[in-house]
Write a protein that binds this ligand. Structure first.
Ligand code: GAL
Length: 756
């Protein structure tokens, strides 16, 4: 009976007029805002006229509340007209869409809870005061709250009060994404097209792809025409088209596979489901991957940094990164006393007591030939003379990291050959320590305890070192980490001792709950905890690279070196969207002079490959060109390169991004100068990085939404005239550069060159 009833509705609906532009109410306006917390702020009668006006399209730090962490409330009074339902195709539910909220929210309509952290509130949640117990990356989650049209919490044609209680755990805060609205739900909202679950696969010379269409409604049948088209991204020429008539019953799914020829650029793909009789369509766009990095030759080639440093008497570990077929043997001439090379693995270990600079000649030999390369070993006070290259667990596993996942990553470094390109660190982020809700947190002597997922840190450190890799860990100067785990406050020396005993080579030290300890937001308070851990790290019998994480507060680049930092985060957390990549990457301007060997600006970890910040992962939401932009820009910026994806799921495209030795060489260059933004010309930006061999690397980025044909004026960009021009991604020489360097740059993409 019920089914028939709904089908009847559908028929009636489909014969109606077009519902293409159903009315909606814009909520991306100035709201009322106050910091602090009081349950009466939710009540419709509360008088908020004295509160500040606040935009909801930017974090509150960018709207006059920098820094502020903790509770705050937003309120908006708005009439919800019944015109919304009268003019809508579907008349069953109303959607209040609040965009993304940093970090957590409880949302009230006319004094009653309607949603928590993106989930519609059910009555049992009404008394939930624990809404802040969610993964920290909830700031990146959209908040759509849906109410039945006859829900008594909605006051049709009268004033309604939406009140949003926000808790910001640290760093950026508030309603921030813009695009907030109220509208009736649409038929197309029941329809999803998943083009992420099965990414493009390279097969022979082509690409294959499967997408999944699904009707999530349990009432409506959705009928229509499904079109897939692909255009060559640079020329706009159509290279593929397919159309199918489809009927999806309630709950039904259907898969579509198609093949494309491989191009030397992306194809622009659109999937459109045109819902019959409604004028409404679901449109999803996609871009296909393309590989530029040539295969490394079979002959030996030594890659990566040409310098490494260690303090006198501290353990030394360096693995010669070399591509070429195996077996391969290694030699090293001129090693200082105290170091030995394992000729079979290329791992150099030992301790050197004397300060000094040692010029070593490395040699790699295989069945196809041999090669040599210089390596400078510096024994002195400085370490970390090139940006660290490694993997960190956060952007993939978040708090779901465990020992097996870390070991698997380390093994993949070897098995997929990443080590041969200089990838070195295997770093555990938050989530290895005892949780705040568990007891005891420390042993009777006060040594920090790990949780059950990390049963033996020393064993883990040893197995990472045995592979010739380095081991990194994470803590906070506060009592708790950002994820709510035990941190180092008042145990700094002891924790540094534990880290050293486990063989830790790298510490990321994240501000988090220290916000509640710091007396104020002055520089001395910002610096204080970092000095304490610096001294603790310097007192142990290992070099530990010191990575400061406090999101750039107090312009950390100006004093990060003073507190002993080797690198420092310059912004809030990155996520796998173009907006995030663009706003973080292209804002690394002011900090440029502060990067140098031993001190690096850190615009956060890489977001290529399968990421997810928790147990379930998805392929990055960046397009292939955005990913080329990401790796090119981070290389030019001399940024730490920390892979944030599941290495076991590394696909051919991601591997191509991470193993281009000419691109990596730009990042690892001996001079250690960060690229300068030399041109901003509309959507085009040119960034130039001087190199130790007298050459210059430069990237021409197209931040716009269309292909750009651009001419770089070499003189204006400060590029030396008459040099040899090389396309670094394709590793191809392009002849002598004239003053006008012409190129076509795909939207959100880059051309990365070296001129010498
Ligand atoms: C954030 C930090 C992230 C990650 C996370 C762990 O503050 O910026 O990179 O470390 O904490 O909880």
């Amino acid at each position: 009976m019920r089914k028939l009833f709904f089908s009847a509705i559908c028929l009636a609906l489909f014969s109606c007029a077009s519902y293409k532009d159903e009315p909606s109410l814009n909520l991306n306006v100035e709201w009322k805002f106050i910091t602090g917390d009081d349950p009466s702020f939710a009540l419709p009668g509360y008088l908020d006229s004295a509160w500040k006006s606040m935009p909801v399209d930017r974090i509150w730090e960018s709207a006059g509340f920098d820094p502020y962490d903790g509770y705050a409330w937003y309120r908006l009074r708005i009439v919800i007209p019944s015109e919304l339902k009268e003019k809508a195709l579907l008349k069953d539910s109303l959607r209040i869409y609040l965009g993304k909220i940093n970090n957590f929210d409880q949302t009230f309509l006319n004094g009653q809870l309607i949603g928590i952290n993106g989930e519609n509130a059910i009555p049992a949640m009404a008394s939930d005061t624990n809404f802040i117990h969610a993964p920290t990356n909830f700031w990146d989650k959209p908040r759509p709250y849906t109410l039945a049209v006859n829900d008594p919490r909605i006051r049709w044609d009268e004033e309604n009060v939406i009140a949003v209680r926000v808790f910001d755990q640290g760093g950026q805060g508030g309603m921030h994404s813009g695009g907030q609205f109220i509208a009736m739900t649409k038929l197309t909202e029941y329809l999803t097209l998943d083009n992420q679950k099965t990414p493009f696969i390279f097969v022979d010379r082509g690409l294959s792809k499967t997408v999944l269409l699904q009707n999530h409604s349990n009432a409506y049948t959705i009928e229509g025409k499904f079109h897939i088209s692909a255009l060559d991204k640079l020329s706009g020429k159509e290279i593929f088209y397919l159309m199918r008539t489809i009927e999806l019953k309630p709950g039904q799914k259907e898969e579509f596979s198609f093949n494309l020829e491989q191009l030397d650029q992306s194809a622009l793909i659109s999937y459109v489901f045109d819902v019959k009789g409604s004028g409404q369509e679901l449109k999803v766009t996609d871009e296909s991957p393309y590989i530029t990095t040539p295969q490394a030759p079979e002959e030996p080639r030594i890659n990566g940094a040409v310098v490494t440093a260690v303090r006198p008497g501290k353990p030394f570990l360096f693995t010669i990164p070399a591509t070429g077929i195996r077996p391969m043997t290694f030699e090293a001439q001129g090693l200082p006393a105290g170091l030995i090379l394992d000729a079979r693995t290329g791992i150099i270990t030992g301790r050197v007591m004397e300060k000094g600079q040692y010029n070593v000649t490395l040699k790699a030999v295989n069945a196809k030939g041999s090669t040599t390369r210089d390596l400078k070993i510096e024994i002195g006070d400085r370490i970390c003379l090139t940006p660290p290259m490694g993997w960190n667990s956060w952007n993939c596993w978040g708090l779901a990291v465990d020992e097996q996942k870390v070991i698997a990553s380390a093994k993949t470094y070897r098995d997929k050959g990443l080590m041969n390109h200089g990838w070195t660190y295997i770093n555990i982020d938050d989530g290895w320590e005892i949780h705040q809700d568990s007891m005891p947190k420390r042993d009777p002597s006060g040594n920090i305890l790990t949780n059950y997922k990390f049963p033996d840190m020393k064993r883990l450190g040893d197995s990472i070192h045995a592979l010739g890799l380095k081991f990194g860990i994470y803590s906070s100067p506060g009592p708790l980490t950002c994820g709510g785990y035990t941190a180092s406050y008042q145990h700094e020396k002891q924790d540094a001792g534990s880290f050293a005993a486990w063989g830790v080579d790298y510490l990321k030290y994240d501000w988090c709950s220290y916000g509640n300890i710091a007396k104020d937001t002055t520089l001395p308070e910002y610096k204080k905890p970092y000095f304490v851990m610096r001294d603790a790290l310097l007192s142990v019998d290992r070099d530990i690279v010191y990575s400061l994480c406090q999101y750039g507060m107090g312009k950390v680049w100006q004093w990060g070196d003073e507190v002993g930092g080797n690198l420092w985060r310059t912004t809030g957390d990155i996520t796998d969207t173009w907006e995030s990549l663009k706003s973080i990457g292209f804002s690394q301007v002011e900090n440029q002079p502060y990067a140098r060997p031993g001190n690096w600006n850190d615009p956060d970890m890489l977001i290529v490959g399968w990421v997810g910040w928790g147990p379930s992962l998805h392929p990055t939401r960046l397009s292939p060109d955005e990913q080329y932009t990401h790796i090119s820009l981070w290389s030019l910026l001399s940024s730490p390169l920390l892979i944030g994806c599941d290495l076991e799921r590394l696909d051919a495209f991601t591997l191509n991004l991470l193993t281009n030795d000419e691109v990596i060489a730009v990042n690892q260059d001996l001079l250690g100068v960060q690229a300068r933004q030399v041109t901003v010309d509309g959507d085009i930006q040119v960034w130039v990085k001087p190199l130790a061999d007298g050459g210059q690397a430069f990237g021409v980025f197209n931040l716009g939404d269309k292909t750009a044909n651009y001419v770089v004026d070499a003189e204006k960009a400060g590029l030396k005239p008459g040099g040899e021009l090389r396309d670094l991604w394709r590793q191809k020489s392009l002849g002598t550069a004239g003053n006008d360097i012409r190129m076509a740059i795909p939207s959100h993409g880059v051309m990365l060159y070296k001129v010498k």
